[in-house]
Design a protein around this ligand. Structure first.
Ligand SMILES: Cc1cc2nc3c(=O)[nH]c(=O)nc-3n(C[C@H](O)[C@H](O)[C@H](O)COP(=O)(O)OP(=O)(O)OC[C@H]3O[C@@H](n4cnc5c(N)ncnc54)[C@H](O)[C@@H]3O)c2cc1C
Length: 402
Protein backbone atom coordinates (compact mmCIF):
# COMPACT_ATOMS: atom_id res chain seq x y z
CA UNK A 1 0.00 0.00 0.00
CA UNK A 2 1.31 3.48 -0.81
CA UNK A 3 2.23 5.62 2.18
CA UNK A 4 1.21 9.21 2.85
CA UNK A 5 2.88 10.74 5.91
CA UNK A 6 1.65 14.05 7.34
CA UNK A 7 3.76 15.97 9.85
CA UNK A 8 1.57 17.91 12.28
CA UNK A 9 -1.89 17.48 13.80
CA UNK A 10 -2.90 21.15 13.67
CA UNK A 11 -5.39 22.75 11.30
CA UNK A 12 -3.40 22.05 8.13
CA UNK A 13 -2.27 18.54 9.09
CA UNK A 14 -5.66 17.40 10.38
CA UNK A 15 -7.51 18.59 7.27
CA UNK A 16 -4.82 17.11 4.99
CA UNK A 17 -5.39 13.72 6.57
CA UNK A 18 -9.19 13.93 6.43
CA UNK A 19 -9.36 15.02 2.79
CA UNK A 20 -6.72 12.47 1.74
CA UNK A 21 -8.72 9.70 3.45
CA UNK A 22 -11.86 10.77 1.62
CA UNK A 23 -10.07 10.79 -1.76
CA UNK A 24 -8.74 7.28 -1.12
CA UNK A 25 -12.22 6.09 -0.07
CA UNK A 26 -13.82 7.70 -3.12
CA UNK A 27 -11.26 6.05 -5.42
CA UNK A 28 -11.77 2.77 -3.56
CA UNK A 29 -7.99 2.46 -3.28
CA UNK A 30 -6.59 2.20 0.23
CA UNK A 31 -3.71 4.46 1.19
CA UNK A 32 -1.70 4.13 4.41
CA UNK A 33 -2.16 7.61 5.91
CA UNK A 34 -0.12 8.43 9.03
CA UNK A 35 -0.16 11.70 10.95
CA UNK A 36 2.96 12.25 13.07
CA UNK A 37 2.41 14.71 15.89
CA UNK A 38 3.52 14.94 19.52
CA UNK A 39 -0.07 15.27 20.75
CA UNK A 40 -3.35 13.45 20.08
CA UNK A 41 -5.26 16.73 20.25
CA UNK A 42 -5.59 19.69 17.91
CA UNK A 43 -4.84 22.95 19.68
CA UNK A 44 -7.30 25.66 18.72
CA UNK A 45 -4.58 28.31 18.66
CA UNK A 46 -6.85 31.26 17.71
CA UNK A 47 -8.52 30.85 21.15
CA UNK A 48 -5.34 30.97 23.23
CA UNK A 49 -5.68 34.67 24.09
CA UNK A 50 -8.98 33.90 25.84
CA UNK A 51 -9.33 32.88 29.52
CA UNK A 52 -7.90 29.36 29.66
CA UNK A 53 -10.16 26.34 29.22
CA UNK A 54 -9.27 22.73 28.38
CA UNK A 55 -11.77 23.11 25.50
CA UNK A 56 -9.00 24.96 23.65
CA UNK A 57 -7.98 21.47 22.47
CA UNK A 58 -10.00 18.96 20.48
CA UNK A 59 -9.23 15.21 20.34
CA UNK A 60 -8.00 13.81 17.00
CA UNK A 61 -8.68 10.08 17.57
CA UNK A 62 -12.48 10.29 17.10
CA UNK A 63 -11.79 11.70 13.63
CA UNK A 64 -8.87 9.57 12.60
CA UNK A 65 -10.15 6.22 13.93
CA UNK A 66 -13.29 5.93 11.74
CA UNK A 67 -11.33 6.98 8.63
CA UNK A 68 -8.44 4.55 9.24
CA UNK A 69 -5.86 7.32 9.68
CA UNK A 70 -2.96 6.23 11.88
CA UNK A 71 -1.67 8.63 14.52
CA UNK A 72 2.03 8.28 15.41
CA UNK A 73 2.58 10.21 18.64
CA UNK A 74 6.11 11.46 18.11
CA UNK A 75 8.14 14.56 17.35
CA UNK A 76 9.81 14.71 13.95
CA UNK A 77 13.49 15.62 14.13
CA UNK A 78 14.56 15.23 10.49
CA UNK A 79 13.26 14.70 6.97
CA UNK A 80 15.37 12.92 4.37
CA UNK A 81 13.78 13.92 1.08
CA UNK A 82 16.25 11.79 -0.92
CA UNK A 83 15.61 8.53 0.96
CA UNK A 84 11.94 9.60 1.48
CA UNK A 85 11.96 8.99 5.25
CA UNK A 86 10.97 10.96 8.32
CA UNK A 87 12.81 10.48 11.63
CA UNK A 88 10.82 10.95 14.82
CA UNK A 89 11.10 10.22 18.53
CA UNK A 90 8.20 9.43 20.87
CA UNK A 91 7.72 10.56 24.47
CA UNK A 92 9.34 7.34 25.77
CA UNK A 93 12.47 8.12 23.72
CA UNK A 94 11.93 5.42 21.09
CA UNK A 95 13.08 6.31 17.57
CA UNK A 96 10.76 5.90 14.58
CA UNK A 97 11.75 6.01 10.92
CA UNK A 98 8.74 6.41 8.66
CA UNK A 99 9.09 5.84 4.92
CA UNK A 100 6.78 7.81 2.66
CA UNK A 101 5.63 7.91 -0.95
CA UNK A 102 4.24 11.41 -0.41
CA UNK A 103 4.81 13.76 2.52
CA UNK A 104 2.77 16.74 3.74
CA UNK A 105 4.74 19.13 5.93
CA UNK A 106 2.30 20.90 8.28
CA UNK A 107 4.34 21.53 11.44
CA UNK A 108 3.02 25.09 11.79
CA UNK A 109 4.86 28.01 13.33
CA UNK A 110 6.54 28.95 16.58
CA UNK A 111 6.81 32.22 18.41
CA UNK A 112 10.16 33.74 17.57
CA UNK A 113 12.41 34.22 20.59
CA UNK A 114 12.60 37.86 21.70
CA UNK A 115 16.29 38.81 21.92
CA UNK A 116 15.89 40.70 25.20
CA UNK A 117 17.60 39.79 28.49
CA UNK A 118 15.24 37.89 30.76
CA UNK A 119 12.67 37.10 28.04
CA UNK A 120 13.09 33.32 28.09
CA UNK A 121 13.13 33.17 31.91
CA UNK A 122 10.33 35.55 32.84
CA UNK A 123 7.96 36.20 29.94
CA UNK A 124 4.78 34.26 29.21
CA UNK A 125 3.05 33.65 25.88
CA UNK A 126 -0.26 32.61 24.34
CA UNK A 127 1.29 30.72 21.45
CA UNK A 128 0.76 27.14 22.66
CA UNK A 129 -1.76 25.29 24.81
CA UNK A 130 0.99 24.84 27.43
CA UNK A 131 1.69 28.58 27.28
CA UNK A 132 -1.98 29.47 27.84
CA UNK A 133 -2.21 26.98 30.73
CA UNK A 134 0.95 28.45 32.28
CA UNK A 135 -0.48 31.99 32.02
CA UNK A 136 -3.64 30.81 33.79
CA UNK A 137 -1.65 29.21 36.65
CA UNK A 138 0.46 32.37 36.89
CA UNK A 139 -2.70 34.52 37.23
CA UNK A 140 -3.91 32.22 40.05
CA UNK A 141 -0.60 32.79 41.83
CA UNK A 142 -0.57 36.57 41.51
CA UNK A 143 -4.20 36.85 42.59
CA UNK A 144 -3.31 34.90 45.75
CA UNK A 145 -0.14 36.94 46.38
CA UNK A 146 0.08 39.94 48.77
CA UNK A 147 -0.38 43.34 47.19
CA UNK A 148 2.65 45.06 45.65
CA UNK A 149 3.22 47.69 42.95
CA UNK A 150 3.94 44.89 40.43
CA UNK A 151 1.12 42.49 41.30
CA UNK A 152 -1.67 43.79 39.08
CA UNK A 153 0.40 45.36 36.33
CA UNK A 154 0.52 43.50 33.02
CA UNK A 155 2.82 44.33 30.13
CA UNK A 156 1.95 42.91 26.71
CA UNK A 157 4.83 43.16 24.25
CA UNK A 158 3.77 43.49 20.59
CA UNK A 159 0.80 45.52 19.41
CA UNK A 160 -0.17 43.27 16.48
CA UNK A 161 -3.24 41.05 16.11
CA UNK A 162 -2.54 38.77 19.10
CA UNK A 163 -1.16 41.51 21.35
CA UNK A 164 -4.29 43.62 20.85
CA UNK A 165 -6.54 40.64 21.60
CA UNK A 166 -4.62 39.67 24.74
CA UNK A 167 -4.47 43.23 26.10
CA UNK A 168 -8.18 43.78 25.45
CA UNK A 169 -9.15 40.44 27.07
CA UNK A 170 -6.90 40.47 30.15
CA UNK A 171 -9.47 42.00 32.52
CA UNK A 172 -11.85 39.27 31.44
CA UNK A 173 -9.24 36.63 32.50
CA UNK A 174 -9.23 38.10 36.01
CA UNK A 175 -13.01 38.38 36.11
CA UNK A 176 -13.31 34.73 35.06
CA UNK A 177 -11.13 33.86 38.03
CA UNK A 178 -13.73 35.54 40.24
CA UNK A 179 -11.71 38.65 41.13
CA UNK A 180 -13.77 41.61 39.92
CA UNK A 181 -11.72 44.00 42.08
CA UNK A 182 -8.49 42.85 40.42
CA UNK A 183 -10.12 43.13 36.98
CA UNK A 184 -11.02 46.76 37.71
CA UNK A 185 -7.69 47.67 39.33
CA UNK A 186 -5.39 46.00 36.76
CA UNK A 187 -2.96 48.23 34.89
CA UNK A 188 -2.44 46.93 31.36
CA UNK A 189 0.35 48.33 29.17
CA UNK A 190 0.68 47.41 25.49
CA UNK A 191 4.15 48.08 24.08
CA UNK A 192 4.62 48.40 20.31
CA UNK A 193 7.92 49.27 18.63
CA UNK A 194 6.26 50.77 15.51
CA UNK A 195 4.60 54.18 15.64
CA UNK A 196 1.06 52.78 15.26
CA UNK A 197 -0.90 50.05 16.95
CA UNK A 198 -1.71 47.06 14.70
CA UNK A 199 0.99 48.09 12.20
CA UNK A 200 0.15 45.20 9.83
CA UNK A 201 -3.61 45.67 10.09
CA UNK A 202 -3.68 48.83 7.98
CA UNK A 203 -5.24 52.25 8.42
CA UNK A 204 -8.96 51.46 8.25
CA UNK A 205 -9.39 49.39 11.46
CA UNK A 206 -6.94 51.53 13.46
CA UNK A 207 -9.31 54.22 14.83
CA UNK A 208 -11.62 51.48 16.10
CA UNK A 209 -8.73 49.55 17.65
CA UNK A 210 -7.49 52.72 19.36
CA UNK A 211 -10.99 53.48 20.65
CA UNK A 212 -11.36 49.90 21.91
CA UNK A 213 -8.03 49.93 23.73
CA UNK A 214 -8.96 53.24 25.36
CA UNK A 215 -12.36 51.83 26.37
CA UNK A 216 -10.64 48.76 27.85
CA UNK A 217 -8.31 51.11 29.75
CA UNK A 218 -5.16 49.76 28.07
CA UNK A 219 -2.17 52.12 28.07
CA UNK A 220 -0.43 52.02 24.69
CA UNK A 221 3.28 52.82 24.34
CA UNK A 222 4.17 53.33 20.67
CA UNK A 223 7.61 53.59 19.06
CA UNK A 224 8.88 51.82 22.18
CA UNK A 225 10.80 48.58 22.66
CA UNK A 226 11.34 46.49 25.75
CA UNK A 227 15.02 46.28 26.63
CA UNK A 228 14.96 44.00 29.70
CA UNK A 229 12.50 41.69 31.42
CA UNK A 230 12.75 40.72 35.09
CA UNK A 231 10.41 38.64 37.26
CA UNK A 232 8.80 41.80 38.60
CA UNK A 233 9.57 44.55 36.07
CA UNK A 234 10.20 45.46 32.44
CA UNK A 235 12.47 48.22 31.20
CA UNK A 236 11.47 50.23 28.13
CA UNK A 237 13.72 51.76 25.48
CA UNK A 238 13.25 55.26 26.95
CA UNK A 239 14.67 53.99 30.26
CA UNK A 240 11.36 53.72 32.13
CA UNK A 241 11.15 50.67 34.43
CA UNK A 242 7.61 49.42 34.96
CA UNK A 243 7.08 47.15 37.99
CA UNK A 244 4.95 44.27 36.70
CA UNK A 245 4.45 40.66 37.72
CA UNK A 246 3.22 39.59 34.29
CA UNK A 247 4.88 40.06 30.91
CA UNK A 248 3.35 38.45 27.83
CA UNK A 249 5.20 38.28 24.51
CA UNK A 250 3.24 38.39 21.24
CA UNK A 251 5.92 39.68 18.90
CA UNK A 252 5.49 37.42 15.92
CA UNK A 253 5.70 33.94 14.51
CA UNK A 254 8.28 32.18 12.39
CA UNK A 255 7.92 28.96 10.43
CA UNK A 256 8.63 25.76 12.37
CA UNK A 257 12.39 24.96 12.30
CA UNK A 258 11.70 21.80 10.22
CA UNK A 259 11.16 24.17 7.27
CA UNK A 260 14.85 25.05 7.26
CA UNK A 261 15.78 21.46 6.44
CA UNK A 262 13.70 21.18 3.30
CA UNK A 263 13.08 23.11 0.10
CA UNK A 264 15.34 25.31 -1.92
CA UNK A 265 13.95 28.70 -0.94
CA UNK A 266 12.43 30.26 2.16
CA UNK A 267 10.79 33.62 2.82
CA UNK A 268 11.62 36.10 5.58
CA UNK A 269 9.44 34.14 8.05
CA UNK A 270 11.32 30.93 7.21
CA UNK A 271 8.40 29.44 5.27
CA UNK A 272 9.04 27.01 2.42
CA UNK A 273 7.99 28.22 -1.01
CA UNK A 274 5.29 26.08 -2.63
CA UNK A 275 3.81 25.96 -6.13
CA UNK A 276 0.13 26.21 -7.03
CA UNK A 277 -0.52 22.56 -6.12
CA UNK A 278 1.38 23.10 -2.81
CA UNK A 279 4.44 21.02 -3.78
CA UNK A 280 7.48 22.33 -1.95
CA UNK A 281 9.58 23.99 -4.65
CA UNK A 282 12.86 22.20 -5.23
CA UNK A 283 11.63 18.86 -3.86
CA UNK A 284 9.92 15.82 -5.22
CA UNK A 285 7.01 14.15 -3.39
CA UNK A 286 6.75 16.78 -0.64
CA UNK A 287 3.80 19.14 -0.10
CA UNK A 288 3.50 21.84 2.55
CA UNK A 289 0.50 23.63 4.05
CA UNK A 290 -0.41 26.04 6.83
CA UNK A 291 1.93 28.41 8.66
CA UNK A 292 5.03 26.58 7.41
CA UNK A 293 4.25 27.25 3.71
CA UNK A 294 4.38 30.41 1.64
CA UNK A 295 1.60 30.00 -0.90
CA UNK A 296 0.06 32.48 -3.30
CA UNK A 297 -3.67 32.90 -2.75
CA UNK A 298 -4.25 34.93 -5.92
CA UNK A 299 -2.11 36.86 -8.40
CA UNK A 300 -1.04 39.49 -5.88
CA UNK A 301 -1.36 38.14 -2.32
CA UNK A 302 0.35 35.50 -0.22
CA UNK A 303 -1.32 33.37 2.47
CA UNK A 304 -0.89 34.66 6.01
CA UNK A 305 -0.01 32.61 9.05
CA UNK A 306 -3.68 32.17 9.86
CA UNK A 307 -6.17 29.45 10.51
CA UNK A 308 -8.21 30.96 7.71
CA UNK A 309 -5.47 29.99 5.26
CA UNK A 310 -4.17 26.86 7.01
CA UNK A 311 -7.45 24.97 6.67
CA UNK A 312 -7.97 25.35 2.89
CA UNK A 313 -4.25 24.85 2.30
CA UNK A 314 -4.35 21.68 4.38
CA UNK A 315 -7.34 20.41 2.43
CA UNK A 316 -5.58 21.07 -0.89
CA UNK A 317 -2.31 19.50 0.23
CA UNK A 318 -4.10 16.32 1.39
CA UNK A 319 -6.21 16.21 -1.75
CA UNK A 320 -3.24 16.67 -4.08
CA UNK A 321 -0.89 14.33 -2.22
CA UNK A 322 -3.50 11.55 -2.21
CA UNK A 323 -4.49 12.13 -5.83
CA UNK A 324 -0.87 12.14 -7.00
CA UNK A 325 -0.58 8.67 -5.44
CA UNK A 326 -3.90 7.64 -7.00
CA UNK A 327 -2.88 8.93 -10.45
CA UNK A 328 -5.70 11.52 -10.52
CA UNK A 329 -5.65 15.21 -11.55
CA UNK A 330 -4.60 17.78 -8.92
CA UNK A 331 -6.25 21.05 -7.98
CA UNK A 332 -4.61 24.46 -7.65
CA UNK A 333 -4.88 26.24 -4.29
CA UNK A 334 -6.55 29.65 -4.69
CA UNK A 335 -8.22 31.68 -1.93
CA UNK A 336 -8.88 35.26 -3.01
CA UNK A 337 -11.40 36.11 -0.26
CA UNK A 338 -9.98 37.34 3.01
CA UNK A 339 -11.67 38.60 6.20
CA UNK A 340 -10.38 39.60 9.64
CA UNK A 341 -12.30 39.23 12.89
CA UNK A 342 -10.43 40.85 15.78
CA UNK A 343 -11.57 40.48 19.38
CA UNK A 344 -11.58 43.79 21.25
CA UNK A 345 -12.55 42.67 24.74
CA UNK A 346 -15.52 44.44 26.35
CA UNK A 347 -15.64 46.82 23.35
CA UNK A 348 -16.76 43.92 21.15
CA UNK A 349 -14.95 42.97 17.97
CA UNK A 350 -14.23 44.23 14.49
CA UNK A 351 -14.91 42.49 11.18
CA UNK A 352 -13.11 43.59 8.03
CA UNK A 353 -13.32 42.37 4.45
CA UNK A 354 -10.65 42.23 1.77
CA UNK A 355 -6.90 42.72 1.81
CA UNK A 356 -7.24 46.46 2.50
CA UNK A 357 -9.41 45.54 5.52
CA UNK A 358 -12.48 47.62 4.81
CA UNK A 359 -14.66 47.79 7.92
CA UNK A 360 -17.75 45.60 7.68
CA UNK A 361 -18.98 45.73 11.27
CA UNK A 362 -17.71 46.98 14.63
CA UNK A 363 -18.91 46.55 18.19
CA UNK A 364 -20.76 44.21 20.48
CA UNK A 365 -22.69 42.37 17.76
CA UNK A 366 -19.45 41.20 16.10
CA UNK A 367 -18.27 39.69 19.39
CA UNK A 368 -20.91 36.95 18.95
CA UNK A 369 -19.49 36.17 15.51
CA UNK A 370 -15.95 35.99 16.89
CA UNK A 371 -17.13 33.61 19.63
CA UNK A 372 -18.91 31.45 17.08
CA UNK A 373 -15.76 31.28 14.91
CA UNK A 374 -13.57 30.46 17.92
CA UNK A 375 -15.83 27.90 19.58
CA UNK A 376 -17.56 26.24 16.62
CA UNK A 377 -16.52 27.03 13.06
CA UNK A 378 -12.83 26.21 13.38
CA UNK A 379 -13.36 23.04 15.45
CA UNK A 380 -12.91 19.64 13.76
CA UNK A 381 -15.97 17.97 12.26
CA UNK A 382 -17.82 15.36 14.33
CA UNK A 383 -19.92 12.30 13.63
CA UNK A 384 -19.61 8.79 12.30
CA UNK A 385 -17.50 7.68 9.32
CA UNK A 386 -20.13 8.79 6.81
CA UNK A 387 -20.52 12.26 8.37
CA UNK A 388 -16.73 12.67 8.49
CA UNK A 389 -16.40 11.69 4.82
CA UNK A 390 -19.03 14.29 3.88
CA UNK A 391 -17.26 16.98 5.93
CA UNK A 392 -13.92 16.02 4.33
CA UNK A 393 -15.05 16.80 0.78
CA UNK A 394 -12.68 19.49 -0.52
CA UNK A 395 -15.77 21.27 -1.87
CA UNK A 396 -17.64 21.25 1.46
CA UNK A 397 -18.15 24.90 2.51
CA UNK A 398 -15.70 26.19 5.13
CA UNK A 399 -16.29 28.24 7.18
CA UNK A 400 -20.08 27.86 7.00
CA UNK A 401 -20.62 31.60 6.29
CA UNK A 402 -19.08 34.95 7.17
C1 LIG B 1 -3.05 33.80 20.01
C2 LIG B 1 -3.32 33.44 18.57
C3 LIG B 1 -4.42 33.99 17.94
C4 LIG B 1 -4.69 33.66 16.62
N1 LIG B 1 -5.80 34.19 16.03
C5 LIG B 1 -6.11 33.84 14.78
C6 LIG B 1 -7.30 34.35 14.16
O1 LIG B 1 -8.04 35.13 14.76
N2 LIG B 1 -7.58 33.96 12.90
C7 LIG B 1 -6.77 33.08 12.22
O2 LIG B 1 -7.10 32.75 11.07
N3 LIG B 1 -5.63 32.61 12.76
C8 LIG B 1 -5.29 32.96 14.02
N4 LIG B 1 -4.14 32.47 14.59
C9 LIG B 1 -3.20 31.69 13.77
C10 LIG B 1 -3.58 30.23 13.66
O3 LIG B 1 -3.73 29.65 14.92
C11 LIG B 1 -2.48 29.50 12.89
O4 LIG B 1 -2.30 30.14 11.65
C12 LIG B 1 -2.85 28.04 12.66
O5 LIG B 1 -2.89 27.35 13.88
C13 LIG B 1 -1.85 27.39 11.71
O6 LIG B 1 -2.20 26.06 11.50
P1 LIG B 1 -1.04 24.99 11.20
O7 LIG B 1 -1.72 23.68 11.04
O8 LIG B 1 -0.17 25.48 10.13
O9 LIG B 1 -0.16 24.99 12.51
P2 LIG B 1 -0.56 24.55 13.99
O10 LIG B 1 -2.00 24.74 14.23
O11 LIG B 1 0.40 25.25 14.87
O12 LIG B 1 -0.25 23.00 14.02
C14 LIG B 1 1.07 22.53 13.93
C15 LIG B 1 1.08 21.07 14.32
O13 LIG B 1 2.39 20.54 14.12
C16 LIG B 1 2.77 19.79 15.26
N5 LIG B 1 4.22 19.77 15.34
C17 LIG B 1 5.03 20.78 15.68
N6 LIG B 1 6.31 20.35 15.65
C18 LIG B 1 6.29 19.07 15.28
C19 LIG B 1 7.30 18.08 15.07
N7 LIG B 1 8.60 18.36 15.23
N8 LIG B 1 6.91 16.84 14.71
C20 LIG B 1 5.61 16.54 14.53
N9 LIG B 1 4.62 17.44 14.71
C21 LIG B 1 4.96 18.68 15.07
C22 LIG B 1 2.08 20.52 16.40
O14 LIG B 1 1.99 19.71 17.55
C23 LIG B 1 0.72 20.79 15.76
O15 LIG B 1 -0.06 19.64 15.84
C24 LIG B 1 -3.84 32.77 15.91
C25 LIG B 1 -2.73 32.21 16.57
C26 LIG B 1 -2.46 32.53 17.88
C27 LIG B 1 -1.27 31.91 18.56
Amino acid sequence: MQKLVIIGGGFAGMWSALVAAREAATANTPLAITVVAPDDHLTVRPRLYEPFTPAMRAPLRPLFGPLGIELCLATVSAIDSTACTVDARDAQGAAHSLPYDRLVLAAGSVQRALPVPGASEHALDVDTYAGAEKLSAHLDRILAAPDSPARLTFVVIGGGFSGIEVAAELRHHLRRKGDEAAAKAARIVLVERESAVGPDLGAQPRPHIEAALAACNVEVRLATSVTAIEADAVTLSGGERIPCATTIITTGLGAHPLAAGIGAEHDAQGRVLVDGALHVRGTDKVFAAGDIARAEVDDSHVALMSCQHAVPMGKHAGYNAARELLGLPLREYRQPDYVTCLDLGDFGAILTAGWDRAITQVGAEVKGLKQMINTQWIYPPTGDRQALLVASDIDAPWPPEV
